[in-house]
Each structure stands twice: as structure tokens, then as C-alpha cells.
Design a protein around this ligand. Structure first.
Ligand code: GCO
Length: 464
């Protein structure tokens, strides 16, 4: 029988997606504010207005049986400029959130970077500029120094693959670039910055653990042919290994590096930096699981690579032509998909967890799992049976992996309440609690909120 006494059941959000108050209390512009304002797109200026509702939100987590809250700190709220000037009001806001968590018996699980790069750094080249890596480490140090007594679980980066590939390869996220060689450079800089952040953490001697969060898509092939296996390895390197191997083992996959160096100049990967990467690996892995990647061999010439996972690409903006090593099967007629075209595939979570456990042997947290849907939130209670069944199937899959030895220490539902979804706006709802964006951002627990509470309180008895 599994012991779930100390298991961290929680839910998650991200600063830009929930806080709002984008220009309050001396917060400066992030690359997302800048981009969405320029393009005139739906933005997170107010979002769920967590800035003014956090007490209610955290109290609801407690009443919902939850034990942990995963959220992120906003760099542009904390550091005002390139010189590193600290915004005391920004620090004060997070102190209030952290105190509120502790008063409610909620363990904070804190991400330092969840995509909201200060615009003043974006203007210097963003993740293409090596200086941003050291700036990140300095910002991380400010966070450690100020919050270390209140935070024991830290995450350097949320989903490097997602924001790097969307920003530099597919071009649907700021800075909207479509360039393979820049993608490689940005990816490298992010992994280097993560290691620098971990180095600061270790050198400071702070209590607690530090990890990274990855948008995990285990790779399956359409058949057993040798060419499919080769395509799967390429896909796994692209989808997972460059983050997980680098963060957990301090090694960029060797076959990936040799493939890249044949085609691109990667001389900016300096030996002293690779040494820092090697020496500063993570204590745990955070996996965000929405679906798998199904692949077939790359056929000819140039192929269309379409990003679909949880529809994050944004409507109508998801295609890019790249010379590729594999092809992703976008639609499996035997599978089911959400309204936002994400394949629902709980088995991938079990298989993937076992694979990650075998490869790295590190503690794992499921840092996001959830389903995005259109929902009418004007009703007294959203009857989200589909969310309950999605969560039930995935939590069961997680238990199966635990029974087979995977060391899983927590599960975070995405999301605590409805949020602004990058490029998709507020219509794509993931929350356990509904937020009525048209009426004072009133909060109402959905049916899934109560189901999750009862599941946690019964020690998952009803699932076993
Ligand atoms: C969405 C997503 C979320 C977020 C999250 C990722 O559509 O909003 O599916 O999962 O992108 O910020 O970490």
C-alpha cells in the first residue's frame, strides 16, 4: 500500500497568467506585455487578478484539501532594470503570498522563471544574449536571499522546450523568430542559465531542493521498423533529452551535439560553461504532462512540423517549415482529443514516468497536468465531469508507475483557478475554480475542485 501522507497534492499557476496588476507597484514591462500590447492581442493585464485575490485563492486551496501551491515569481516585478535595482514592493507582494501559504498550511513550490522576461533584457537580444544568463543568476540570487526562509522547493525554469521552440523556431511566441540556429543558441543559454542559478543556490548553502520543470512528451512510434526507431531517437532528443539529460546528468546528448555541430556553428558552447552545466545538476525533475508525441519516419525534403500540444501554439499560427528528422503524427484516428486538439493519453504518463525514473533515478514531481476546455462559468457550478475523468485516469496512471518503483513526490493540477492562456486568451479554461472574467473575476469552485478535495482527503481510497 502506498504511503501518501507526505505526498504533495497541489495545484499550479504562473505569474503572467494569473497576477494581472501588470503596471502596479513599479512592476516593469515583460516581453509578453510588450508583444501582446503591440499586436493588440488579448493579454494578461488583469488576468485572474490574483494580485488582489490571492488570499481568497490560497484559502480555497486549503479548503480544497491541497497541500502545496506551485506558482512563479515575476522577474519584472522584482528587478527594475539591467543594473539589477530591486523593487521592494515586488518583494513585499511575494512575502505576502508566501506568508499566506504558510498560514494556510500550504507548501510553496516556486518557479523563478515562467516566461516573463523583462522587456529591458529582451531588447538586448533576450535568450540569444549570453549576458541574460548571468542576469538570470543574479535575479535568482535575489530570490534565494530574500525568500529562503519561506521556500524549500525551487524551480529554475518552467518548460524550456516550450518557450524556446515557440519563440525561436515556430515563432508564435515572442520574440517571434523562426531560425533553427538561434533556437539552438537560446536553448543552450537557458540550460546554462539554469545551471548558473543552481550554482548560486548551492553556494548560498540554502536549505531545500532545486529542480527544473519540463514539458514532457514521451515519444511513441507508429510501428517497429528500424527507421521509426531512428526517428524516435531524434524526436526524443528534440522533445525531452536536451532538457532532461542536461539538467539531470549535466550532459547534452552526444548524438544530438554531433548532429548539430555538422550543420551549425556551436562554438559559443564554451568548455568552462559546459563544466558549470556538468557540476550543477538538479535535485529533482518536475514534469508537466499533457500528452505524448507520436512519430513516424521523416519522409522527404522539407516537412511541415505542427505544434499541437494542448493547443498552446495559438489559433491559426502553428505551422512552420523546418528541415526535420522526424514527423509528428498529428491525428491518430483511434485516439481521443480535447476541444483544443490535445490527445488524451494517460498511458503515456505511466510509461513516461517509468522511463524517466529508469534513466535518471531522481525524485519526480508532476508539476502540471490538466485539461483545457471552453466552459460557461455563469452557471452556479461548472459540471466538469470530463476534468474529473481526465484527472482520475492520469492519477491512476501515476499510481501504477509508483507501484513499479518510480519515486513520485507530488502532483499539481493545472490550474488552481482559470487563467489567461498564452495566445489562447481566457477562453481556454483549466481551473479547478472558475473565474468569471466578465463579472468582477468572481471565483466559483467547479465540480472537479470538490472531487479533488475528496480524493486527497480519502487518501485516494476511491482510486485504488
Ligand atoms: C495553456 C497551457 C498551460 C500553460 C503553462 C505551461 O494553454 O495555458 O496549456 O499549461 O501554458 O504556462 O507551463
Amino acid at each position: 500500500m502506498m504511503d501518501l501522507k507526505n505526498f504533495l497534492w497541489g495545484s499550479a499557476t504562473a505569474s503572467y497568467q494569473c497576477e494581472g496588476a501588470w503596471d502596479l507597484d513599479e512592476r516593469v514591462e515583460s516581453m509578453w506585455d510588450h508583444y501582446l500590447h503591440e499586436e493588440g492581442l488579448e493579454n494578461g493585464d488583469i488576468a485572474s487578478d490574483h494580485y488582489h485575490h490571492f488570499e481568497e485563492d490560497i484559502r480555497m486551496m486549503k479548503e480544497g484539501g491541497q497541500r502545496a501551491y506551485r506558482f512563479s515569481l515575476s522577474w519584472p516585478r522584482i528587478i527594475k532594470n539591467k543594473q539589477g535595482e530591486i523593487n521592494e514592493k515586488g518583494l513585499a507582494f511575494y512575502h505576502k503570498i508566501l506568508d499566506c501559504c504558510h498560514e494556510n498550511g500550504i507548501e510553496p513550490f516556486v518557479t523563478i522563471y515562467h516566461w516573463d522576461l523583462p522587456q529591458y533584457w529582451e531588447e538586448t537580444g533576450g535568450w540569444l544574449n549570453e549576458e541574460v544568463c548571468t542576469a538570470f543568476a543574479q535575479y535568482a540570487k535575489v530570490c534565494f536571499q530574500n525568500f529562503h526562509t519561506k521556500i524549500r522547493k525551487w524551480v529554475t525554469f518552467n518548460e524550456p522546450k516550450w518557450f524556446v521552440c515557440s519563440g525561436y523556431l515556430i515563432g508564435n511566441y515572442p520574440p517571434c523568430i523562426q531560425d533553427v540556429s538561434k533556437t539552438i543558441k537560446a536553448a543552450y543559454h537557458v540550460m546554462y542559465a539554469s545551471a548558473l542559478g543552481i550554482k548560486e543556490f548551492r553556494e548560498g548553502g540554502y536549505e531545500g531542493e532545486i529542480g527544473i520543470v519540463h514539458s514532457f512528451t514521451p515519444v511513441n512510434g507508429v510501428d517497429d521498423r528500424i527507421e521509426t526507431k531512428i526517428a524516435m531517437r531524434y524526436a526524443d532528443n528534440y522533445c525531452n533529452n536536451w532538457i532532461l539529460d542536461t539538467a539531470a546528468k549535466g550532459e547534452i546528448p552526444i548524438d544530438l551535439l554531433s548532429e548539430l555541430s555538422k550543420q551549425y556553428d556551436i562554438s559559443y558552447m564554451k568548455p568552462e560553461q559546459l563544466k558549470i552545466i556538468k557540476e550543477n545538476t538538479v535535485d529533482f525533475l518536475g514534469l508537466n504532462y499533457y500528452s505524448r508525441t507520436l512519430v513516424k519516419p521523416y519522409t522527404s525534403g522539407e516537412t511541415t512540423f505542427v505544434v499541437n500540444n494542448s493547443g498552446k501554439a495559438g489559433k491559426g499560427s502553428s505551422k512552420v517549415i523546418v528541415k526535420h528528422w522526424f514527423e509528428q503524427v498529428m491525428h491518430d484516428p483511434n485516439s481521443t482529443y480535447t476541444e483544443w486538439d490535445t490527445e488524451i493519453y494517460p498511458k503515456g504518463l505511466k510509461d513516461g514516468l517509468l522511463e524517466v525514473h529508469q534513466k535518471y533515478g531522481l525524485p519526480i514531481y508532476i508539476t502540471e497536468n490538466g485539461i483545457g476546455m471552453y466552459e460557461d462559468v455563469t452557471v452556479p457550478q461548472v459540471d466538469d465531469e470530463y476534468r474529473i475523468s481526465f484527472m482520475r485516469d492520469h492519477i491512476k496512471a501515476m499510481f501504477e508507475a509508483m507501484e513499479q518503483g518510480a519515486n513520485i513526490k507530488g502532483y499539481f493540477a493545472w490550474s488552481s483557478f482559470d487563467l489567461y492562456s498564452w495566445k489562447n486568451g481566457c477562453e481556454k479554461r483549466y481551473g479547478l475554480v472558475a473565474v468569471d472574467f466578465d463579472h468582477d473575476r468572481i471565483r466559483k469552485p467547479k465540480k472537479s475542485y470538490t472531487w479533488y478535495r475528496d480524493m486527497i482527503n480519502s487518501n485516494a481510497e476511491n482510486l485504488k
